[in-house]
Design a protein around this ligand. Structure first.
Ligand code: PRX
Length: 637
């Protein structure tokens, strides 16, 4: 890991070089990966179209970098440690050699089931090692994976499958989460009623939940593996991929419309996730690294699978939830496997804090060296608890700020190397050129200033397009400010030049670290036959970070309690339980401007109970609406 930065001076040198000569900088990083053929150009780009190409002309396969290249010296090093939901079930360890064998085997299963380079494969699996195997098997043969988080509904799966025209779905009979069993195959069956493109479904046995298998379409994972075994040669050579071939699609919510398929390509993503993994966490060979995310989100893609494996690390994955069988589970895992680095989300920290210190105080956490945080702003109280109770005051915290679209960390303290302040993402990593912009499109210079956070220059891990709709990618990220990537986040730069993310400036919510579009939830609520109109805003929530507050105009004859229940069910069915509103307030009218636009600013203030700063309401069609809403909101305080 010779690109690992060890001191603050090395960071400053690397940063300077990455800005002054980005091509040389990233060329040298990329040189430390395995290429079948070297690139012609490190970077060609414009943010206008946008058109971004890293390592153009290079040929490689990311799985050779994540697996094959470690085999010679480190074949017996654990690649994946898997901790099951039930602590009494046996755990599993897959060494690099074993993982490669399983990936090749399953890659052959995919081929036997008609999958070829460029085909899209939807993966809807619980957090079991087969999820990593499935992801890497796709990459092995050049198929594009689209992993869908196990908490999403049949409708959400169907939308994602249809958008990407997936040919095959990989799922399990069911999955365990705490005391619950998720009936994944049944959910997939529901989804597929709407999907014409899917020819085959591969079903893994996990929960032994009864399922119906459709002849000609559905096959068992285990049977298919047996077929490959009897075919003789288990190896599966890695497909030669272009640097810019699509590696995967991952859907994420924006401020408008349906979730969009963020497209990441092969070489840039590999180089960026490997580089940031090695640097942010200062991973040392032999250490055990535990990322608590689900592989259904970008954090799991980049920092359970690709980043750690490309660096030969031992990546621990956990099937269950932090509170099962009790709120000490993460700390039991740390003790059991002598975890050195843990990477989790503020919402998990806050929820565990609320259970009390006794779950953490009596655990042996002496193996921990580095703590990481991701997904949402971390409040000072949670930061301090993490630092004191978990890290015993001796572990640096990497508060990593980044997004699905970024592929990897953009701003974060480098653990123990660059400074840290609670709640601050601090400084950009090498190669990242942040800037703050004002409402008029002008850059805000100097320090002690706030603005909209943009990035001026490409980095290898950035998205290239949104699947099937390049214009949407341009509009969303590259049209607000000329020649800039717009993050959608607000940001403060301190007098010392340190960055602090202040939250989204668009209509995107961050609920328990999950990104949720207000328009998506509104569309779902509006599908309910008794709903006339709705408006969603976020409000501060002690555990989730943000809660979902729904203002709903419903038909007059309704019974509020049962309609509330029905609305929650509708949202669960159309999106998933994660998008269910915490509060539903029925209103007679919504505050609208004379042109008919809902004034969300006012609704947000009411939800936050911040009535002193409602602002100017004189431009409303009917200002009296606001009083009625304030009155109705009292029931929820
Ligand atoms: O608002 C920022 C917030 O999460 C958004 C990105 O969400 P998603 O694409 O789901 O990716 C989450 C995991 C990378 C950002 O626009 N966010 C993420 N990390 C942080 C954060 N806000 C503050 N501090 C962070 N460390």
């Amino acid at each position: 890991m010779s690109f690992q930065i060890k001191t603050f001076e090395e960071y400053q040198d690397a940063y300077k070089k990455s800005v002054e000569n980005p091509e040389q900088f990233w060329g040298e990083v990329a040189d430390q990966f395995f290429w079948k053929r070297k690139w012609n150009n490190v970077l060609q780009w414009n943010f206008k179209e946008p058109n971004i190409k890293w390592f153009e002309g290079g040929k490689l396969n990311i799985t050779e970098n994540c697996l094959d290249r470690h085999i010679y010296q480190n074949g017996d090093t654990p690649a994946i440690i898997w901790e099951p939901n039930d602590p009494n079930e046996a755990h599993r360890i897959l060494t690099y050699k074993q993982l490669l064998g399983k990936v090749e085997q399953f890659a052959n299963v995919l081929k036997n089931n008609g999958i070829r380079k460029g085909d899209r494969v939807c993966i809807y699996l619980p957090m079991v090692p087969e999820l990593v195997i499935a992801v890497l098997a796709c990459a092995r043969i050049g198929a594009i994976h689209s992993v869908v988080f196990g908490g999403f509904s049949a409708q959400s799966i169907a939308d994602r499958i249809n958008d990407a025209e997936c040919k095959l779905v990989i799922t399990a009979d069911g999955g365990f989460r705490g005391t619950k069993v998720l009936e994944l195959k049944t959910i997939v069956d529901d989804a597929l009623m709407q999907c014409k493109s899917v020819e085959k479904v591969i079903v893994l046995t996990r929960s032994r939940t009864p399922v119906s298998m459709i002849k000609g379409r559905d096959v068992w994972w285990e049977d298919e593996i047996r077929k490959v075994e009897t075919q003789g040669n288990p190896a599966c050579p890695a497909e030669e991929m272009d640097a810019e071939d699509t590696l995967f699609i991952l859907y994420t919510s924006g401020s408008t419309g349906k979730p969009k398929g963020v497209v990441h390509t092969t070489a840039g993503y590999m180089v960026y996730t490997g580089y940031t993994f090695a640097n942010t966490f200062q991973y040392k060979p032999g250490e055990v690294y535990f990322c608590t995310a689900d592989i259904g989100w970008i954090t799991g893609h980049s920092y359970i699978v690709y980043g750690p494996l490309s660096q030969g690390a031992t990546s621990l994955m956990f099937e269950g939830i932090p509170t099962f069988p009790d709120a000490g589970r993460y700390w039991d895992i740390v003790d059991k496997y002598k975890v050195n680095i843990i990477y989790t989300a503020p919402t998990a920290i806050r929820s565990l804090m609320a259970f009390g210190d006794e779950y953490v105080d009596n655990k042996d956490l002496s193996s921990l060296r580095v703590l990481g945080s991701v997904g949402e702003p971390i409040n000072e109280e949670a930061w301090n608890w993490y630092h004191e109770k978990v890290g015993k005051g001796r572990c640096p915290i990497a508060d990593t700020w980044w997004q699905t679209e970024n592929g990897g960390h953009l701003m974060t303290p480098i653990a123990g190397v660059t400074p840290e302040i609670p709640g601050y993402a601090m400084l950009p990593l090498p190669g990242v050129q942040p800037c703050l912009m004002d409402e008029n499109g002008k850059e805000i210079e100097g320090n002690d200033v706030s603005g909209n956070l943009c990035i001026k220059f490409p980095w290898p891990g950035m998205l290239r397009t949104t699947w099937g709709d390049h214009e949407r990618c341009r509009q969303t990220y590259f049209a607000t400010y000329e020649n800039m990537y717009f993050t959608g986040d607000g940001c403060y730069r301190s007098p010392e030049g340190y960055y602090r993310i202040t939250g989204r400036v668009d209509d995107v919510l961050n609920v328990s670290g999950h990104r949720i579009g207000t328009a998506e939830v509104e569309n779902a609520i509006n599908m309910h036959s008794d709903v006339v109109e709705s408006a969603i805003v976020g409000y501060p929530h002690p555990v989730k970070g943000q809660g979902i507050y729904a203002y709903v105009i419903a038909n007059h004859h309704i019974d509020e309690e049962s309609t509330r229940r029905d609305i929650l069910q509708t949202v669960s069915r159309l999106i998933g339980a994660i998008a269910k509103p915490d509060i539903i307030q029925f209103v007679d009218d919504l505050p609208k401007t004379r042109s008919g636009k809902i004034m969300r600013r006012i609704l947000r203030k009411v939800a936050e109970d911040d009535l002193s700063r409602l602002g100017d309401i004189s431009t409303l069609q009917d200002p009296t609406v606001v009083d009625a809403i304030i009155e109705g909101a009292k029931a929820f305080k």
